[in-house]
Every structure is written in structure tokens, then in C-alpha cells.
Ligand binder design. Structure first.
Ligand SMILES: [Zn+2]
Length: 137
């Protein structure tokens, strides 16, 4: 029990860490970034297929930005480079996700959200309205 207490409260500090506002930001970034794995794992187990939920990209973006802010403050070039560009694919995946979500069409009969490029509702078979293709002017 004493060893467990030493692990949590070591050298008069929580986890033996010299805490400051910046340490809180850095560890919060770590916690948010690491939590994405549990979110992805949970959703995958729940649906019984590999799924990368939108929350995974939001947690990736938030965690990596917090870690980038922390690393800029610490002026650690290795740490800065590790998080300087990771936001690009996270934002791109979020943009693609929301575009795809907006392109869904709602079935007029059962209100099911049908993914593009469906021409018929996958739940009830009702034909879906196909939007006119945009013409160049
Ligand atoms: Zn339907």
C-alpha cells in the first residue's frame, strides 16, 4: 500500500510531477489525445466492425493542439515537429465527414438517412429524389 501511495504522491508532489499551469495544459493534451483510442475502441466493439467515429478526430485535433501549445511554450523542437502538422489530416477528415453527412438524403416515406449515391431507400425501397447535377455557367 505504501508503494502505491508513493506512486501517486512522490517526493511531496502528485505523481512526482512539478505542477504548473503549463504542465496542466500538457497533461490535459496527453489525456485528451490518449482518450481517442478508448472512444474508437468502444465504438468498434459496440458496432462489431472497425469504426473511426467523428469524436476520434475531434479528440485528435484538440489533444494535438494542446500538446503543440505546450511544446511551443517549452521550445522543444522534437515535440513541436511531432505536433506541428498533425492537425491537417484531422481537419481534412472532419471536412470530408461533414460533407458526406450533408450529402445524405432523407427517405420521404420512412425518414431513414440514406448515404450518397443511393437512389433507393435501404430500409423501405422508396425511390429517392436525385438532385440535379450542377451545371457550369
Ligand atoms: Zn425509407
Amino acid at each position: 500500500m505504501e508503494r502505491l501511495t508513493d506512486l501517486v504522491w512522490y517526493d511531496g508532489k502528485f505523481l512526482g510531477i512539478e505542477w504548473s499551469g503549463w504542465k496542466v495544459i500538457g497533461w490535459l493534451g496527453n489525456a485528451v489525445f490518449f482518450s481517442r483510442f478508448f472512444v474508437q475502441w468502444y465504438v468498434t466493439e459496440k458496432r462489431r466492425r472497425v469504426v473511426v467515429p467523428t469524436a476520434f478526430w475531434w479528440l485528435s485535433l484538440t489533444g494535438s493542439l494542446l500538446l503543440l501549445i505546450y511544446s511551443l511554450r517549452k521550445r522543444d523542437s522534437v515535440f513541436i515537429f511531432a505536433y506541428a502538422f498533425t492537425w491537417i489530416p484531422y481537419i481534412r477528415n472532419l471536412v470530408i465527414h461533414y460533407r458526406h453527412k450533408d450529402a445524405h438524403r432523407q427517405c420521404p416515406k420512412c425518414a431513414w438517412s440514406c448515404p450518397p449515391p443511393s437512389r433507393f431507400c435501404s430500409q423501405c425501397g422508396t425511390p429517392l429524389e436525385v438532385p440535379e447535377p450542377e451545371t457550369a455557367q
